[in-house]
Design a protein around this ligand. Structure first.
Ligand SMILES: Cc1cc2nc3c(=O)[nH]c(=O)nc-3n(C[C@H](O)[C@H](O)[C@H](O)COP(=O)(O)O)c2cc1C
Length: 345
C-alpha cells in the first residue's frame, strides 16, 4: 500500500525517525540527501508551543528540500494538542505526527507520549482533536503497549484508522522496554495483516539488510530508522541501493566522509552559532568516522576542538599524515547503538 502524505504518494518509503536532540534540520537534510523519503522533527512539546517557548518554536523550522517532513508533537491534553497542531501546521510541514511512544517518565507519567497507551480513550480524543484542528495529514507513532501484559497495538491501529489518520508507525517494543531487548517484528506483521492503515515498521534496523528483512517479514508499507542513522547516516543510501540493485553501494571514501561531516557541521553552526553548533555536533562524529584506521583517535581529537578552522586543520593534518581509509572495513563494526551516548527518548 502506498503511503499518502498530502501530495506525496510513497511506495516503500524509508523514513528517518524523530529523535530528540538528533533530528534537527541539519541532520534531516543530510539524511534526506542520502535518500530518506520521509523525515520528522524532534518531538515538540504542545504545552511549549502554545506558550511560545523558544525551544519548542525553534524545532518547527523546516526546509523545502526535506519534504515531505512531519512535525511531531506530544502532550496529554486534547485541546492543547489541537492548538499546538495548528501552530505547527502554520509553519508549513507536510503532516503532523502525534507522539504516543515516548517512555521517559517526565513525559509518560504526565499522560503524554507512551502514557497515552494507558488511556486509549484519551488517546482517541487527542487523535480526533488534532485531526479536526488541521487540514494536513496526521499520523501517529507508538509502541506495542504499556508493557507485555497490555499489548494495545490492535486497538490503537483501529482508533487511528477510524479517525482517518494517514499512517501508523509501530516501534515494536513496549513502553517498559525503553530501547532495550529486541524489537518484536511479529506484532508489526500481525497488525499489518488486519489493518487498513498504512503501517511504518520501526525498531532495530541497524544495517541496510535489516530494512529489507523488515519489509519482507512484516509486509509493512514503510520502514523507519532511528539509531542506525546516527551510527551511519549513509544507511539510507545503502537501503535504497540494496532495494534497487540487490547489493550494497561502494563504501564512501574518507574524503566524502570529511566533506559530508563539514557540510553538516557548517549547517549546525549556521543554525546554532559556532560554540553551540560545535558542542552539539559532537554526537555525530562517530557516525561519520567509523570504519577508518585510528578512527577513535580522530574522533577524540575532534571532540576537543572548539572552532571550525581548528576542525578543518585537523582534517588536513589527518590526511597529510597519510592515514588511510580502509575501504573494505565493515560498516557494521561500529553500528552498535551503544557507541555514542544519547539520551534515549
Ligand atoms: C536519541 C533518541 C531520541 C529519540 N527521540 C524521539 C522522539 O523525539 N520522538 C519519537 O517518537 N521517538 C524518539 N525516539 C525513538 C526512535 O524514534 C525510535 O522509535 C527508536 O529508537 C527505535 O528505533 P531504532 O531501533 O531504529 O533506534 C528517540 C530515540 C533515540 C535513540
Amino acid at each position: 500500500m502506498k503511503i499518502k502524505l498530502g501530495k506525496y504518494e510513497l511506495e516503500k518509503p524509508v523514513a528517518l525517525a524523530p529523535m530528540e536532540d538528533v533530528t534537527d534540520l541539519g541532520f534531516r537534510l543530510i539524511c534526506k540527501e542520502f535518500g530518506a523519503d520521509i523525515v520528522y522533527t524532534e518531538f515538540v512539546s504542545s504545552e511549549g508551543l502554545i506558550r511560545s517557548a523558544r525551544k519548542s518554536v525553534n524545532k518547527l523550522l523546516t526546509n523545502e528540500k526535506e519534504r515531505p517532513v512531519g512535525i511531531q508533537i506530544f502532550g496529554g491534553d486534547p485541546n492543547v494538542m489541537a492548538e499546538a497542531a495548528k501552530i505547527a501546521e502554520d509553519s508549513g510541514p507536510d503532516f503532523i505526527d502525534i507522539n504516543a511512544g515516548c517512555w521517559v517518565p517526565k513525559v509518560a507519567s504526565r499522560g503524554a507520549g507512551a502514557g497515552l497507551l494507558k488511556d486509549l480513550k484519551q488517546m482517541e480524543s487527542i487523535i480526533r482533536s488534532v485531526k479536526n484542528a488541521v487540514s494536513i495529514p496526521v499520523t501517529l507513532k507508538t509502541r506495542l503497549g504499556w508493557d507485555s501484559n497490555s499489548i494495545t497495538i490492535f486497538e490503537v491501529a483501529k482508533i487511528c484508522a477510524d479517525a482517518g489518520l494517514s499512517a501508523l508507525t509501530i516501534h515494536a517494543r513496549t513502553r517498559d522496554q525503553h530501547h532495550d531487548g529486541e524489537a518484536n517484528w511479529d506484532w508489526i506483521r500481525r497488525v499489518k495483516e488486519v489493518s487498513e492503515l498504512p503501517i511504518i515498521g520501526n525498531g532495530d534496523i541497524k544495517i541496510a539488510e535489516d530494512a529489507i528483512e523488515m519489509f519482507e517479514y512484516t509486509k509493512c508499507d514503510g520502514v523507519m530508522v532511528a539509531r542506525g542513522a546516527i551510527s551511519n547516516p549513509w544507511i539510507f543510501k545503502d537501503i535504497k541501493f540494496l532495494m534497487q540493485h540487490g547489493t550494497l553501494p561502494p563504501a564512501q571514501t574518507f574524503q566524502e566522509r570529511i566533506d559530508t561531516c563539514l557540510r553538516h557541521l557548517e549547517m549546525e553552526i549556521e543554525l546554532k552559532g559556532e560554540r553551540r553548533g560545535l558542542m552539539e555536533f559532537r554526537k555525530y562524529y562517530h557516525g561519520y568516522f567509523h570504519g577508518i584506521r585510528n578512527g577513535s583517535a580522530l574522533r577524540s581529537k575532534l571532540v576537543r576542538l572548539e572552532t571550525l578552522p581548528e576542525i578543518k586543520k585537523a582534517f588536513s593534518e589527518w590526511i597529510s599524515s597519510g592515514q588511510e581509509f580502509m575501504e573494505n572495513q565493515s560498516a557494521q563494526e561500529s553500528l552498535s547503538p551503544s557507541s555514542p551516548s544519547f539520551s534515549q527518548v
